[in-house]
Every structure is written in structure tokens, then in C-alpha cells.
Design a protein around this ligand. Structure first.
Ligand SMILES: [Zn+2]
Length: 242
């Protein structure tokens, strides 16, 4: 195997490592987006629950009003029974009628408020069902993401081991150092020099001397002789011809 072939094998593993590392960064973001979807349906459910509490509060309010008015009627009737004059008695009757009228209104309001309860309960059931369904979907997606995360970590550890072996295959420290330095800035590092003499990385046309060096390198490689670093004059990528 020539140095260039060994570098290309190393670069293939590094390409996989790059993809796995990107995925590893992306997975928690995707998980957070999924979890955020729950906050909307959760707010709907809370609003429905607050709606029921509001209606129940109205029912209790009218109930308390009715109770107070009933007691008032009872007190007026008790007081009326001990009255001596007809005039006073009639005045009390008028007052009792008025309070009884209010009592009827409060009782009607209470009944009307009670009619709102089943609807409010149904809205909670609907919101709960939506929440459960969305949460079920999110839980299963999150479980898939967690599974994927575990296998990406495992694949990455394996690829790192493979990388170490591939790096050992490149038995020219100068080539390896050149490759490692460029790896973080230019990707891919090792690219073909096309037949038109263009760098396949940055697409700049190379001077003829670069093409001659690349051809000589290919010939040396085929004959088992030492190869040298042929770099793009623009981007510095390692150029090769097979
Ligand atoms: Zn280039």
C-alpha cells in the first residue's frame, strides 16, 4: 500500500467519525425539540382544568347566595310572626317577596352554572386525551433518539480504534503531520487532481508542474518507491493521481 492509499483509508475513517460526531451533537437538540412540543398541549390541559375550577366556583358562589337568602327569608318570617299590626305585617310580606325573588334568581343561576360543568369536564377529557397521545408519540421518539445516541457512541468508539490502526499504516510522519494539521481546516484533505489539472477540493487549476509531480508520485507508488507530498497551490490539500 502506498502512503497516499494509506492516507485515503485514514481519511475514510475520519469522514465517518466526523459524521458520527455531528450526529452526536444533533441528537440532544432533536430530543429537546421533541420535549418542547409537549408544553403546548400541557398548557391546553391546564387551561381546561382551570376552566372547570372556574365553573365550579360559580356554582358554589350561587349556592352560597341562595343559602344566605333562604336564611334571610326564614328570619323575616320568624320576625313577621310576632308582629301585632297589619300594616307592619304587610310591609314584611313585601320584603319577604323581594328576598324570595332574589332567592329564585340565585337558584336559577346556580342551575345554569351547573349546566356548564359537563362541557368543562368534556374539555378536560379531550385535552387529556390529546396530551396523552402527543406524550406517547414524544416518549417513543425520545426512546429511539436515546437508542441511537447509545449506538452512535459505540460506533464512534469503534471508529476511533480503527482510526488509530489506520494512522499507524501511514508510516511517513511528514505525511501524517501534514494531514493532521490540515484536517480541522480543510475537508476532505486528500483529493484527486483531475485530468484537467484541477484540485478537486477548491477547483483551482494547478500549474503543470503540480500535475507532473502527482504523476511521478503515482508512478513511484506503483513501483514501491517513496512518495512526496503534492499540495494544491491554493488550498494546500494533498493532491493525488492514481
Ligand atoms: Zn485546492
Amino acid at each position: 500500500m502506498t502512503i497516499v492509499e494509506a492516507l485515503i483509508e485514514l481519511q475514510d475513517v475520519d469522514g465517518r467519525i466526523r459524521e458520527l460526531e455531528m450526529e452526536l451533537k444533533d441528537l440532544p437538540r432533536r430530543r429537546a425539540l421533541e420535549t418542547a412540543r409537549l408544553s403546548g398541549v400541557s398548557a391546553d390541559l391546564k387551561a381546561a382544568q382551570a376552566g372547570l375550577e372556574y365553573e365550579q366556583g360559580r356554582v358554589r358562589g350561587f349556592e352560597d347566595d341562595a343559602k344566605a337568602l333562604k336564611e334571610k327569608v326564614q328570619k323575616l318570617k320568624t320576625a313577621q310572626a310576632s308582629l301585632k299590626s297589619n300594616k307592619e305585617y304587610q310591609q314584611y310580606s313585601v320584603q319577604i317577596d323581594l328576598v324570595q325573588h332574589d332567592l329564585e334568581a340565585a337558584e336559577n343561576n346556580q342551575l345554569a352554572a351547573m349546566d356548564e360543568i359537563p362541557g368543562a369536564k368534556a374539555r378536560i377529557d379531550e385535552a387529556q386525551a390529546r396530551y396523552d397521545s402527543v406524550k406517547g408519540g414524544i416518549d417513543s421518539i425520545c426512546a429511539e433518539i436515546d437508542d441511537r445516541m447509545a449506538s452512535v457512541k459505540k460506533e464512534l468508539a469503534e471508529a476511533q480504534e480503527e482510526r488509530a490502526a489506520k494512522a499507524r499504516q501511514v508510516d511517513d510522519p511528514k505525511f501524517l503531520l501534514y494531514y493532521e494539521r490540515l484536517r480541522t481546516k480543510r475537508w476532505p484533505v486528500v483529493v484527486p487532481l483531475t485530468h484537467d489539472g484541477v484540485c478537486d477540493g477548491c477547483h483551482l487549476v494547478q500549474p503543470p508542474s503540480v500535475g507532473q509531480l502527482a504523476d511521478a508520485n503515482a508512478k513511484n507508488g506503483a513501483e514501491g518507491k517513496k512518495q512526496s507530498v503534492v499540495a494544491c497551490t491554493m488550498c494546500g490539500r494533498i493532491l493525488y493521481r492514481l
